[in-house]
Design a protein. Structure first.
Length: 347
């Protein structure tokens, strides 16, 4: 983010171009009014300029900047949803609206490097409690893929579980949009980020539970040791499936789908296998759907016998027992015997 004077110097040097009327940026740069700092949009003249500027940023600061940029872009995209006509510069082209904010050194002054940054917008569609459908939460969000790329780069600095969950929803939406554009590899990148974030949510939930347990049993070492042993297996994605079942199911199902479309059939089957390990047996429709995806993968591999068996397993999970080969043969023999008996009676 830059002020008018900083932006105009970059434009004069030929590194940046204003988006929209350039006189607005010029007026800001030469105005003596300290409060004359309306929003201005600028962009790099070339990708190489952007790459060169990026290399000048120390690596330890890049994560902070990615998170900061992602949050600014998210804020303005949410504003466009709320009032599309409010920004005369809005278009289908991705832009970053730059407004005066605190310098980077102030951003880094917090204990976690991002304490002064606002969380992802809540309310007005920014965060829908209990929603596991990304289209429901952010369906009309413009520029979601660029926003998510920045937020994923800075996700390590996120501390709030609600914000991390919101980013999972955004990753799912970005993956779906990438898939609709046949950008399957990009979709898989977003889905891998979603899986990592779900694992992190599980670890955070487990850690909070473990800390409460330590406080309750700090004077009883035996109980404390038993708790550690029982909770040792409840980490990462395992806990994630417990607290965010619907999000995990969508993430793994879409991962298998994208792997299949991208030609990575083995990885797609691995995603299905991992998901089936966590889906309860009473979730019959969920298990049947994943088995159907596995069946499609087997057909693509010309494994028709395996595909048939998986289809029969899916039917069995829904309570439909298909007769076995032996039963079919026995029934055929009985029918033939019945026909012969009828023929003998007719003679």
């Amino acid at each position: 983010a830059v002020t008018g004077q900083q932006g105009w110097r970059a434009v004069e040097a030929g590194f940046m171009l204003p988006i929209g009327p350039s006189f607005e940026l010029y007026l800001q740069a030469h105005s003596n009014d300290q409060n004359n700092e309306s929003e201005v949009s600028i962009r790099f003249t070339h990708d190489r300029c952007q790459q060169a500027a990026y290399r000048l940023i120390p690596e330890e600061h890049r994560v902070v900047l990615h998170l900061r940029i992602g949050r600014v872009m998210m804020k303005h995209s949410m504003m466009k949803i709320a009032s599309p006509s409010a920004n005369p510069l809005s278009s289908s082209r991705e832009i970053l609206v730059l407004a005066p904010v605190s310098p980077l050194k102030k951003t880094l002054s917090g204990s976690d490097g991002v304490s002064q940054q606002p969380p992802l917008p809540k309310g007005d569609g920014g965060d829908i409690p209990g929603s596991s459908e990304p289209e429901e939460a952010y369906g009309s969000l413009p520029g979601v893929m660029d926003i998510v790329r920045h937020l994923n780069e800075g996700a390590a600095l996120m501390k709030d579980e609600a914000e991390i969950r919101s980013l999972v929803l955004l990753d799912l939406l970005a993956a779906e949009r990438a898939k609709s554009n046949t950008a399957y590899e990009s979709g898989l990148i977003f889905l891998r980020s979603a899986r990592a974030l779900l694992s992190r949510l599980g670890e955070m939930h487990y850690q909070n539970h473990s800390n409460r347990g330590k406080a309750q049993h700090q004077n009883d070492r035996d109980d404390h040791d038993d708790e550690d042993e029982d909770g040792a297996a409840l980490k990462g994605i395992v806990v994630g499936w417990t607290i965010e079942y619907d999000l995990c199911l969508r993430t793994f199902t879409r991962s298998a789908d994208c792997h299949y479309l991208f030609g990575q059939l083995t990885q797609g089957e691995d995603a299905i296998t991992e998901a089936l390990e966590h889906i309860p047996l009473d979730k019959k429709l969920d298990r049947a759907h994943l088995l159907h995806v596995r069946q499609v993968i087997y057909i693509a591999q010309n494994r028709y016998r395996d595909a048939l068996n998986v289809g029969l397993d899916a039917l069995a999970s829904l309570g439909y027992q298909h007769p076995s080969d032996e039963n079919i043969k026995e029934r055929a023999r009985n029918e033939e015997e019945l026909v012969r008996s009828i023929e003998r009676m007719s003679e």
